[in-house]
Design a protein around this ligand. Structure first.
Ligand code: MN
Length: 133
């Protein structure tokens, strides 16, 4: 069981991720904007953070920058969850410091498999982007 922080302002996406995380025995907590997400990360120190890119408050890239320059938080795996579908966008996000990428719309068949390697330590935070694929 992992504590997974989901930062997402779209209610349908948020609900689906929360549903899937619970269905697989995890304990999700949620934030609906970037600043709330950063605050929640500080308070709870989750095992994994899933973060939308287009967010009110602070966008996902800003959230990433702030988390990755915080010594207490930088080692928490951080996965971008976004509709940006192009390869260049993916590389850009990994270059910003995200440890991985899940594309929206969320695929209920593959979502848990996509994030599990980050929970088991199979993919560690901070590995080169080429290995985080
Ligand atoms: Mn959004």
């Amino acid at each position: 069981m992992a504590h997974v922080l989901v930062v997402e302002d779209n209610p349908a996406s948020l609900e689906l991720m929360v549903y899937l995380l619970k269905a697989f025995g995890h304990a999700p907590l949620t934030a609906c904007d970037g600043l709330e997400g950063i605050e929640a990360a500080r308070c709870v120190h989750p095992d994994l953070i899933l973060c939308d890119i287009q967010l009110p408050g602070a966008d996902g890239v800003e959230v990433c920058r702030r988390l990755k320059c915080d010594l207490a938080l930088r080692n928490i795996p951080l996965i971008a969850v976004t509709a940006f579908a192009m390869v260049g966008d993916r590389e850009k996000l990994l270059g910003e410091g995200f440890d991985g990428y899940v594309s929206k719309p969320i695929n209920p068949q593959t979502f848990i498999d996509q994030i599990t390697p980050y929970l088991t330590g199979e993919i560690e935070s901070g590995v080169p982007a080429t290995k985080a694929a």
